[in-house]
Design a protein around this ligand. Structure first.
Ligand SMILES: Nc1nc2c(ncn2[C@@H]2O[C@H](COP(=O)(O)OP(=O)(O)OP(=O)(O)O)[C@@H](O)[C@H]2O)c(=O)[nH]1
Ligand SMILES: [Mg+2]
Length: 666
């Protein structure tokens, strides 16, 4: 068995595998299990995938055909004996040959009908998985499409037992058309002429002829019609290719070592036409409701389906989509938060910053976060993950704001320590413990404040830290004032009042700075919410469009089938289809209404959360406003004037005190 790592080249988005790997294996108990190494390869494929699976009886050239699709002579292993070769399901991921940015996933399956198998349901499981996983299903058979070939396709009639759409519906195979793969019947070693009743027909007409229903209600007629009806109903898009014998019979067992010259030109012509058709027409794999599947999601889908089937349960398509959506939405939240965190970590290097700068970056990143999240998320119908992303991002934002505050505080404290170092030294030496010391101290303090104010990049805590500093210094100031013999008791009283006024003024500065910051935060929140809403609405419109398109496609195929039945005179069956169509229409309408309702609810909840946040901020704002209004701003002029007069008088009337007055109140 080949190891995956040595056979694949991995770039961030696409994977080029040199050879196929086993994707689904039979474990020791014969149960189907997913190969972890294959999942790891898929995990790395971010591109959408076109998935082509081949199914059919064993020893009919399936693996050989898949190698042709891969454009390789060898790859999927071929057997040259009568024993069946391929076991489980093998996978080969390749860059799509014609669709840029898409990965082609080829699935080669274990041959059906091998009598040596223990589990009688094993083949049905393989068949179901091929149907569930592919976007194009190639049914490979040999000889002709006769009744025997169709009877051998009993697996089609069992699909309703093995695949359900939703747990609430019993008879829901009418919905299969919405997400079943397109269907190609490949006939190998076809030796007949393309003629029906003497008239030349195309390969497709030949297939339709083989799928023609018989009139009547007898048991044999019913048995004859059943597999044909299933194919017609479940696979509305059908195509047929008839391959002639590839080469001389003695060479056929070593086909993979032959070069083109040894192969019949007719065989090569059909092979080329087949490959071109697959490359041009095979669509990307989509989930129910039209979500495009990437390699990574495909891996999760494989795991979900295989786990369900091998545990003996019936896979419900809606449940599988939900399981995958949970995994994808959780990852979408993580991915979004990573984008935010790595952006903010870079910004953190420049902390402390003004709040407006942090908010601007928060807004820019939050737009990117929403985009990243929306790209990956799907079916977040109740907005659970959108809410989680929003809350987690806000928590991170608060954390970064706190770190920015801390950085600012630290810078401001360091700055004040440096600026006040000479004063600290003087205090230690008793420089101010003299008559007239208070004026000297006040002058020095003013000088410090002035210098502090002229320094740039102090950040959001500039006023808080200064307030704290002034409070500390007022203890020294007061002690010096009381000990100053030069001042009269009256003058001391006036100076005490002045000290208080200075502190109060600074307190107000701090509060005003906080108020401005809150306003900036509110504006940032408003803009972020607007952007989030815009992106959310876009995403919802897109999901609704996909859902509608899927319903329309299903509707078209049903109408086509109905017309064909009427044309061929199957009135009764056509009437049944009419009923089915009505039912289908009703279900689509209901589904659309439900989605619309859910979307509206999500938007409503988002608006509610935003309103709550804004209200909370508004309340804070109002409370702060009240406090500011209730604080009576001291008449800074008179308080400053007092000191200036005092300074002027004591320092010989030079007037320097007046010009250098830089206390916050001035
Ligand atoms: N007659 C004939 N033989 C073919 C054709 N294509 C491949 N073979 C040969 O048939 C044998 C089986 O081919 P595989 O591609 O391994 O067939 P398979 O359907 O994958 O077989 P299992 O994996 O066992 O189900 C090989 O010897 C091939 O060379 C074909 O179109 N006609
Ligand atoms: Mg094979």
């Amino acid at each position: 068995m080949r190891s995956s790592s040595s056979h694949s080249e991995v770039s961030r988005e696409k994977v080029t595998m040199q050879s196929p790997v086993c994707l689904i294996d039979n474990d020791v108990d014969g149960k189907l299990c997913v190969k972890e190494s294959a999942l790891q390869i898929l995990q790395k494929i971010e591109q959408p995938v076109v998935v082509v699976a081949v199914v059919g009886l064993y020893r009919t050239g399936k693996s050989y055909l898949m190698n042709r699709l891969a454009g390789k002579q060898t790859g999927f292993e071929l057997g040259s004996t009568v024993e069946s070769k391929t076991k489980g399901i093998w996978m080969w991921c390749l860059p799509h040959p014609t669709k840029e940015g898409t990965t082609l996933v080829l699935l080669d399956t274990e041959g059906l009908g091998d009598v040596d198998k223990g589990d009688s349901k094993h083949d049905t499981k393989i068949f179901c998985l091929a149907v569930l996983l592919s976007s194009t299903l190639v049914l490979n058979s040999q000889g002709t499409i006769d009744n025997k070939a169709i009877e051998e396709l009993q697996y089609v009639t069992e699909l309703t037992e093995y695949i359900k759409v939703k747990s609430s519906d019993d008879e829901d195979d009418t919905e299969f058309v919405k997400f079943f793969p397109s269907f190609i019947w490949v006939v190998r070693d076809f030796t007949l002429e393309h003629k029906i009743k003497g008239k030349s027909v195309t390969e497709d007409q030949y297939l339709e002829f083989a799928l023609k229903l018989k009139q009547g209600n007898s048991r044999p007629v019913k048995e004859f019609n059943l597999p044909r009806e299933c194919i017609r109903n479940y696979f509305p898009s059908r195509k047929c290719f008839t391959f002639p014998f590839p080469t001389a019979s003695e060479k056929v067992s070593r086909l993979e070592s032959l070069d083109s010259a040894d192969l019949s030109s007719e065989f090569l012509e059909v092979t080329d036409r087949f490959c071109k058709y697959i490359f041009d027409k095979s669509e990307m794999k989509k989930l129910k409701d039209g979500y495009t599947v990437t390699g990574r999601v495909f891996g999760q889908l494989v795991k979900t389906y295989v786990d369900t089937i091998s545990s003996g349960q019936v896979p419900f398509l809606e449940n599988a989509v939900l399981t995958v959506s949970v995994i994808e939405n959780e990852s979408a939240v993580k991915e979004g938060l990573q984008v935010y965190q790595s952006g903010m970590e870079k910004l953190k290097d420049s902390f402390p910053l003004e709040l407006s700068d942090v908010c601007a970056e928060h807004q820019r990143l939050s737009r990117m976060v929403t985009q990243t999240f929306m790209k990956r998320s799907f079916k977040d119908s109740e907005g659970t993950y959108t809410k989680c992303l929003e809350e987690e991002m806000n928590k991170l934002f608060d954390g970064y704001l706190h770190q920015n505050e801390e950085a600012s505080k630290k810078r401001c404290e360091n700055l004040l320590t440096t600026l006040s170092a000479p004063m600290t030294e003087k205090l230690k030496k008793g420089f101010y413990a003299v008559a007239g010391g208070y004026v000297l101290f006040s002058q020095d303090l003013e000088d410090i404040v002035k210098k502090y104010k002229t320094q740039a990049n102090k950040g959001v805590k500039a006023e808080d830290t200064l307030e704290e500093f002034l409070k500390q210094k007022s203890v020294d100031s007061n002690a010096i004032l009381q000990a100053d013999k030069k001042l009269t008791e009256k003058e001391k009283k006036i100076m005490e009042e002045r000290e208080k006024a200075v502190l109060l003024a600074q307190e107000m500065n701090t509060k005003e700075q906080k108020q401005r910051q809150l306003e900036e935060k509110m504006e940032a929140e408003r803009q972020s919410n607007e952007e989030r809403m815009r992106q959310m609405k876009k995403k919802m419109d897109e999901e609704m469009r996909l859902q509608r398109e899927e319903a329309e496609r299903g509707m078209d195929s049903k109408l086509r089938e109905q017309a064909a039945l009427l044309e061929k005179g199957f009135k009764e069956k056509a009437d049944r289809t009419t009923k089915e169509i009505e039912d289908f229409k009703r279900k689509n309408k209901e589904a659309e209404k439900k989605s619309d309702k859910l979307f509206k609810k999500v938007i409503e909840n988002m608006n509610k959360r935003h309103a709550e946040t804004v209200n909370l901020m508004m309340r804070q704002h109002n409370e702060q406003m009240k406090t500011i209004m209730s604080m009576q701003r001291p008449s800074s002029d008179s308080s400053a004037l007092l000191l200036c007069l005092l300074l002027g008088g004591l320092s010989g009337g030079s007037g320097s005190g007046s010009s250098s007055c830089s206390r916050p109140c001035c």
